[in-house]
Design a protein around this ligand. Structure first.
Ligand SMILES: Nc1ncnc2c1ncn2[C@@H]1O[C@H](COP(=O)(O)OP(=O)(O)O)[C@@H](O)[C@H]1O
Ligand SMILES: [Mg+2]
Length: 219
């Protein structure tokens, strides 16, 4: 079942928030999710253990050792509809393994010059690892913390186009609703944040990167 790795060699770009959003939304949709937290800081698995309030993933493993990550990936994906992998904010071996074995790689990027250059590096790393493994692993960047209508976001968009970064149409705005999932453990109440999450999930479903919503009887 699809393995989605969320990666960027830059910290603080929203990898863990995007992972939290996807886990919460897919679990709410009845999908059986497995989670591999390959960041030694264990932010995602800590959130799942202490904060998250939705239906639990079928399995959660926090493992930053690259050999164990390689072994865990096929095992976890076999038990679930979707395996979501969060990675560290530096170019770790575990992140490279997680990108090489993934079915798709999502790279969150903030609207800044240095951020876009760093995202380009992560995209190139993911593409070259896939080539070395002779696999097709699609990669897309997703703009995060966008402030719509500002000149900063326009500059960032044009630089992303200059760099020919493969990107999702959906972008996530800088919204309290997205940030607060880390504290509330629930999908946001704000309608704009929910709309953006719905658009993100729809686009990832269209790409075949995450499973369709399953209707399961609730008793
Ligand atoms: N779209 C967003 N809107 C508001 N806050 C955000 C958004 N995305 C991320 N954040 C906040 O930015 C910080 C860094 O995000 P995080 O997901 O931890 O980054 P990473 O995992 O890439 O290091 C967190 O405090 C998070 O709540
Ligand atoms: Mg993180």
């Amino acid at each position: 079942m699809p393995i989605l790795t969320i990666a960027s060699s830059k910290g603080g770009v929203g990898k863990t928030v995007v992972a939290e959003i996807l886990v919460a939304q897919l679990a709410a949709d009845g999908c059986r999710i497995a989670v591999l937290d390959a960041d030694p800081n264990r932010a995602l698995s800590g959130w799942l253990a202490d904060v998250y309030e939705g239906p639990p993933p079928v399995e959660v493993i926090a493992e930053a050792d690259e050999t164990r990550v390689a072994l865990a990936m096929p095992a976890l994906s076999a038990t679930a509809d979707s395996l979501i992998i969060d990675t560290a904010g530096f170019a770790s071996l575990a992140a490279s393994v997680a990108m090489t074995g993934a079915d798709a790689v999502l790279v969150p990027v903030l609207p800044g010059r240095a951020d876009l250059v760093e995202a380009e590096r992560t995209v190139q790393r993911a593409e070259s690892l896939a080539r070395a493994a002779r696999r097709e692993v699609p990669v897309r960047v997703v703009a995060n913390r966008v402030r719509r209508g500002t000149s900063l976001s326009k500059h960032a968009l044009s630089q992303a186009e200059d760099l020919r970064l493969p990107r999702l149409t959906t972008a996530l705005s800088d919204l309290v609703g997205h940030g607060e999932i880390g504290f509330t453990g629930r999908l946001p109440g704000s309608s704009l944040a929910l709309e953006e999450i719905a658009a993100l999930v729809a686009e990832l479903r269209q790409l075949g990167w995450i499973p369709e919503a399953l209707v399961r009887a609730i008793v």
